[in-house]
Design a protein around this ligand. Structure first.
Ligand code: C5P
Length: 224
């Protein structure tokens, strides 16, 4: 796509996967590589947008021209995304954000004690960043904003996607099927993009850049 249809627009993209610390050396993480989020950033830049890329634990080179904000945990990502979203025209949450984090943090590395049971790790819920972005963008007097969520599903992809779209209240939801060897870290992706008005766009397996361009087509059509 060579259109410069995002010129003058500010878009925020989250990428990668959050890490929820347990102690100074351990965390709960996930398999997200950041490739899809970086593809979204690159393609938006190519289409003329100013891009803030909030990157959680991504080992990829910064896309030239993007304002990259590195974060670790979901709470750090929340802060960076909400700040950048304040003047954004579109927010695309491609990151895999941990739904839960350990309720406490041990200042010193947890040690094993011979013969003793390991201490359980209790979890508490993380803030839902996407839901907060939607809430802020729907507030009276808020600037018009197109909000896009991602849903990684391992089963009943469409049905779970529709429910998630309704629950999150975003404009578009990119639903893809994931598995240990599917999507995560892979150069290609396939998805169904659901929109709040009931439409569904099937994106056949192809490059993550190709999927990103379809997302921006749908976003651009919804910008005012
Ligand atoms: O509910 P689920 O985690 O499947 O939702 C996925 C979508 O919600 C993604 O766009 C993800 O970036 C976003 N999310 C979020 N904050 C969370 C959990 C998910 O923004 N705590």
């Amino acid at each position: 796509n060579t259109a410069r249809d995002l010129t003058g627009r500010h878009v925020v993209v989250s990428a990668g996967g959050t890490r929820e610390p347990i102690d100074p050396v351990r965390f709960i993480g996930n398999r997200s590589s950041g490739l899809q989020g970086y593809a979204l950033a690159r393609t938006a830049l190519a289409r003329g947008a100013r891009v803030t890329l909030v990157a959680a634990n991504v080992a990829l080179p910064d896309p030239a021209g993007a304002d990259v904000v590195p974060v670790g945990s979901a709470r750090e990502m929340r802060e960076a995304v909400l700040k950048a979203a304040a003047d954004a025209d579109a927010v695309v949450m491609a990151a895999a954000v941990a739904d839960f984090r350990p309720s406490g943090y041990e200042d010193m590395k947890i040690k094993k004690t011979a013969g003793a049971e390991p201490a359980p790790i209790r979890l508490v819920e993380n803030p839902d960043i996407l839901a907060e972005v939607v809430r802020a963008s729907r507030a009276v007097g808020a600037r018009h904003q197109v909000v896009v969520g991602f849903a990684a599903e391992t089963n009943d992809v469409l049905e779970n996607g529709r429910q998630k779209l309704a629950r999150k209240g975003c404009d578009l939801l990119v639903v893809n099927e994931v598995g240990e060897r599917l999507t995560f870290g892979a150069p290609d992706n396939a998805a169904v993009i659901l929109s709040a008005d009931g439409a569904a766009v099937d994106v056949p397996r192809g490059s993550k850049d190709a999927l990103a361009d379809v997302v921006w087509d749908l976003v651009a059509a919804r910008l005012v």
